[in-house]
Design a protein around this ligand. Structure first.
Ligand code: HEC
Length: 224
């Protein structure tokens, strides 16, 4: 009798299946640990030690945040506290946020948490996306803090954060486009917290998401 082909051997397939499952499991575990370290929020100490974290500590709201093209990576990245000659964050230049640039980690965390609760309670994702999740009626809010529009309005309101807070408390009064955001009854306290959340979110390194944000004139123009 001829020797049976390896392709019809039960033993061969059983072994292959075992190996493929085993190797995939090991890879998945390694990748999970790699993602975990990238997804872990940084601390105030990281910022003091100039350690880059994809998700920086909440105290990032004490710093100036820019968005600059990184040629090596081929997209914009958040620059926190000024940029050094190599295009990296300096973590030095502070910026007043509602009159202060000394929020403690606890204070900043609580403020951003209230912002998150407000965003959930008012269902902003009915119209907007956050980190790409949500609806497509209105612009993605991930980098809304960096919308050049707020720079333009800042002088009249005494700062970018005040301009965004004013908008959030009465959007129709400051409408920038035909498609308007309704008044959602956001209080002054909630507006401040939402702005903190937006500022914090703009400092997250999202691998350039949303695409082309820095190249369009104001994020709100994206859907026009
Ligand atoms: C019913 C739909 C709707 C809901 C709900 C909504 N928005 Fe909006 N939002 C809009 C539209 C439309 C615009 C563009 C308005 C304009 O330019 O005048 C906008 C604009 C914005 C902007 C300016 C964006 C930029 O890039 O400058 C911010 C910030 C914002 N919304 C935050 C929020 C937050 C926070 C919530 C929840 C508390 C929320 N929105 C809920 C429709 C909505």
């Amino acid at each position: 009798m001829d020797k049976p082909s390896v392709w019809s051997s039960n033993r061969f397939w059983r072994r292959s299946a075992t190996w493929v499952t085993g190797v995939s499991a090991v890879l998945l575990i390694l990748l999970t640990f790699d993602s975990m370290s990238q997804m872990t929020m940084g601390t105030e100490q990281d910022i003091k030690n100039k350690v880059d974290k994809r998700i920086p500590s909440p105290v990032v709201i004490n710093y100036k945040i820019d968005y600059q093209l990184n040629r090596k990576r081929g997209h914009e990245v958040p620059i926190i506290g000024g940029m050094d000659a190599n295009g990296n964050s300096k973590y030095e230049e502070k910026e007043k946020f509602f009159g202060r640039d000394d929020y403690s980690e606890k204070e900043a965390r609580e403020l951003i948490h209230l912002g998150k609760l407000t965003i959930q309670a008012k269902n902003c994702m009915d119209c907007h996306t956050l980190l790409g999740n949500g609806a497509y009626y209105a612009p993605d809010l991930t980098k809304a803090w960096l919308d050049p529009n707020w720079e333009t309005l800042a002088p009249a309101y005494g700062g970018k954060e005040y301009a965004i807070a004013a908008f959030l408390q009465n959007p129709p009064a400051m409408a920038m486009h035909e498609r308007k955001m309704p008044n959602l009854g956001i209080t002054k306290e909630e507006a401040k917290a939402v702005v903190a959340y937006l500022k914090f979110m703009s400092a997250i390194d999202t691998n350039g998401f949303p695409r082309n944000f820095g190249k369009i004139k104001g994020a709100v123009d994206a859907w026009k």
